[in-house]
Design a protein around this ligand. Structure first.
Ligand SMILES: O=C(O)c1ccccc1N[C@@H]1O[C@H](COP(=O)(O)O)[C@@H](O)[C@H]1O
Length: 211
């Protein structure tokens, strides 16, 4: 299981989070988000992939950020088209397409994206496009029709640990390849709590989900 830690706003906090050695660090390039990144990204180990998170941004805006910040992954968190996903593949990045889930989810909406993105990410549907801090009902994955690996997101925090460990034992989590951690691990908005993150990673490690 891989770990993505998302939404840091300060250079020092980015460096502290990088020391935990997540697989992905996510940076929000959406102006309306309280986690909008307005600093440079300090150098982090090459083993950590830098993910840019975008909401209905133009190809030119995304490409500009890919090049300036040397992003390896883009996370499309709005209503981006399959065509945009396809165009982005030409910029040597992996593409994560996000879908927001309320109580039920119609997985047929994935179909046009099957050949044009690398991963899906499932987040909770809220009034804003991300960072709701609320989990959704993971039972929806009992009907997951795809063979594409997915990131699990949406309000995952220390309080979800036991439910998460149970979920990860179930067959519907077989294609869950990464956990996305954001607002439930914050001291203040955009500043991650390092000890909470370390403890969560440790719990996943002692349960043999990460090494
Ligand atoms: O965190 C934000 O402010 C944000 C804004 C716009 C798009 C995505 C955003 N974050 C993403 O939201 C999910 C879940 O966050 P949470 O655990 O519910 O706080 C995560 O994928 C972030 O990348």
């Amino acid at each position: 299981m891989k770990l993505k830690i998302c939404g840091m706003k300060s250079e020092n906090n980015i460096l502290d989070v990088a020391e935990i050695q997540p697989d992905y660090l996510g940076f929000i390039f959406y102006k309306n988000s309280p986690r909008f990144l307005s600093t440079d990204i300090p150098e982090v180990p090459e083993s950590i992939k830098k993910v840019g998170v975008f909401v209905n941004a133009s190809l030119a805006f995304i490409v500009d950020k890919i090049e300036y910040y040397n992003l390896q992954v883009v996370q499309l968190h709005g209503e981006e088209s399959p065509e945009l996903c396809e165009q982005l593949k030409e910029y040597n990045v992996q593409v994560i397409k996000v879908f927001s889930v309320k109580n039920q989810f119609d997985f047929s909406v994935l179909e046009p994206y099957e050949d044009v993105c690398d991963y899906y990410l499932f987040d909770t549907k809220g009034r804003e496009p991300g960072g709701t801090g609320h989990p959704f009902n993971w039972n929806v994955f009992k009907k997951y029709p795809s063979s594409k690996p997915y990131f699990l997101s949406g309000g995952i925090g220390p309080k979800q640990l036991q439910a998460l460990l149970l979920f990860l034992k179930r067959p519907e989590s077989d294609l869950c390849c990464a956990l996305d951690l954001n607002s439930k691990f914050e001291k203040t908005t955009g500043i991650k709590d390092i000890s909470l993150l370390k403890e969560f990673k440790h719990q996943l490690a002692i349960n043999n989900y990460i090494h």
